[in-house]
Design a protein around this ligand. Structure first.
Ligand code: NAD
Length: 268
């Protein structure tokens, strides 16, 4: 695996929702860079163990990992996850808020319990984890990095998924506010906005050739993205290569945020 960020070697990193998809790819990439990686999962210990195995397989620069169960929407569980991280690694340098869920429902039929769950995991959960990381960075008067996994739907509306779009656009406000609030302490906060990526969250179309080509016909680069392509952006943003970047979102989306409908001129 390509590794390019020497500054990540020996860093203590916690990745939420790291048992599958983009979170797994992030954990593996950081392991390959020589970081110590905390692998959070919410439900499947078996999938988390597979992420751990993949991390072990790419380690050539030292580092270690551990697996920790926690629902990021639950304050008690989040606090326990951070306590475990501090006791395993002796501290934290990088938090990656990756966990996310979505649910499709026409907005007028949306039950508030479903709304609360999506916003609770994606946005409240991300803030809960960010708060614990910030408390640690501030208490030890040390720099740190917080990265969030958002979506192109941070800025592109997605009818039928209002709780998801609220959670992801809220993530932009959180990123920019925390970035400004803690910039003077050397704490950087940034976000990655993926497009359509081949992960379990997209099981409804990734293995169906017809549906997949329908999805990909909307993407300017004419293909879905790979989790490893997202992990590369997280690795860059966590590294010293991004030392002067804070409060930003990098959309890694094959051009989806470029108003693809305007690819061919239709207005004159
Ligand atoms: P995924 O379903 O494989 O990953 C989501 C992860 O979040 C899973 O590991 C899941 O166990 C975890 N999770 C869910 N609820 C949790 C909870 N309460 N506590 C802790 N962890 C929890 O799909 P993915 O595509 O890898 O998604 C990762 C992130 O990327 C999500 O935030 C998603 O919104 C974002 N994203 C994905 C795409 C895409 O096309 N795949 C596009 C844009 C954004």
């Amino acid at each position: 695996m390509a590794t390019t960020h020497d500054s990540l070697k020996g860093k203590n990193v916690l990745v939420t929702g790291a048992s599958t998809g983009i979170g797994r790819a992030i954990a593996v990439r950081f392991a390959a860079e020589g970081a110590n990686v905390g692998i959070n999962y919410s439900r499947s210990a078996g999938e988390a163990a597979e992420t751990e195995r993949l991390c072990q397989a790419v380690r050539t620069k030292g580092g270690r990992q551990f697996v920790v169960q926690a629902d990021v929407a639950d304050e008690t569980q989040v606090k326990a996850m951070f306590a475990r991280t501090f006791s395993e690694f002796g501290g934290l340098d990088v938090l990656i808020n990756n966990s996310g869920i979505l649910k499709e429902t026409p907005s007028h039929e949306l039950e508030m319990a479903d709304f609360d769950r999506v916003v609770g995991v994606n946005l409240r959960g991300a803030f809960l984890c960010a708060r614990e990381a910030l408390r640690h960075f501030v208490a030890h008067n040390k720099p740190g990095v917080i990265l969030n996994n958002s979506s192109v739907h941070q800025i592109i509306p997605k009818p039928g998924f209002v709780s998801y779009t609220i959670s992801k656009s809220g993530m932009e406000g959180m990123t920019r506010t925390l970035a400004l609030e803690y910039a003077g302490r050397g704490i950087r906060v940034n976000t990655v906005g993926p497009g359509a990526i081949v992960t379990p969250i997209n099981n409804s179309w990734i293995n169906d050739a017809e549906k997949r080509s329908g999805v990909e016909s909307h993407i300017p680069m004419s293909r879905s993205g790979e989790p490893e392509e997202m992990a590369a952006v997280f690795a860059f943003l966590a590294s010293d290569e991004a030392s002067y970047i804070t409060g930003q979102t990098i959309f890694a989306c094959g051009g989806l945020t470029l108003f693809p409908e305007f690819r061919d001129n239709w207005s004159t």
